[in-house]
Design a protein around this ligand. Sequence first.
Ligand SMILES: Nc1ncnc2c1ncn2[C@@H]1O[C@H](COP(=O)(O)OP(=O)(O)OP(=O)(O)O)[C@@H](O)[C@H]1O
Length: 333
Amino acid sequence: MQFTIFFIVNPNANSGKTKLNWVKKTLPLIQHNFEQAAWIFTEKEKEASFYAFYAKKCGYKTVVAVGGDGTVNEVVNGLLGNPLVFLEDFQHRIHGYLLLDNNIENNIPTFACLPMGTGSDFIRSLGIPIQLNKAIHILKNNKSIYCDVGVIENIDVTNSKNIRYFINIGGAGASGEVAQRVNLSHKRLGKNGTYIFAAVQTLLKNNHFPVQITYDDEAPFEIDLRVIFICNGRYCGGGMEVSPYSQLNNGFFQIIQVREMNKLKSIYLTKRLYSGNFSGLEKDFILRTAKKIKIIPLKNSLIPIECDGEQPFFAPVIFSIQAQKLNVIADLK
Ligand SMILES: Nc1ncnc2c1ncn2[C@@H]1O[C@H](COP(=O)(O)OP(=O)(O)OP(=O)(O)O)[C@@H](O)[C@H]1O
């Protein structure tokens, strides 16, 4: 079956290796397998969100993020009508099969990922393998599921409201600090090394964050927070299965809320995040589900928010889930 497909390639993903990989290995396979394929390289951060927004407007049936979780997040935002930048005079950089203003019904295209990132955590919950041949085979099969999507609303100091969608894992506190460190680094330590280095730096700092949290319509409470993971997908941090019970289409988040603790204990317990096994740790780790989470900083604390491995803003924020919002190519049994 043939369908129109638009690839948004982040040449900078995986420490810049994606450009060569795309030109030498991936593009020939794409041209062989898809007759109606177009593609574009991003030139700067946030651009992928705009190209996804544009591809939707043109009426492409499928839009593919080629890169890591940052590219995935940007493309998801663009497809859901939240481009993070606006661009002009870019059309001459699109290669391949061109469509123009074809989407009168304003349908949201099917979303797909070709994993080429440093961590590429989201694809693990979709059953998409890292091997290029197999991932392209799954893309061609066009089997999909309707995934839930998270949305984060933030009010900044100028009182303007910002939103950012996420599809894998969001959070606050230490996970936001790690995301900030990973993205400021050059990722030269490779997939796992980059995350481990950022995680160790964060652990050694052992910051904690006084906050007020409200789950759904429950009463608000105050806590000295170390980290909270708000999970749609199962993996983050380059392969850490923090939330083994998450399902992408069940309509709620799986939450892991961790309170402040001393440095030694924190270092000792971090390995539990890799397995998502928190049994016996009920005093420090709260596991639960929710559809909406409000986080308000107390005592002027600056609380970094994480969103699919990016760190777009600081609390106060409201996380909420939009059930089965986006059709996504997957290979789930
Ligand atoms: N042409 C570009 N030049 C520089 N940065 C870019 C470019 N295009 C996109 N970016 C930015 O690169 C960042 C990292 O991309 P991405 O997350 O896809 O790869 P990664 O970091 O290798 O993978 P992962 O997040 O899965 O570990 C994103 O925040 C994105 O905004």
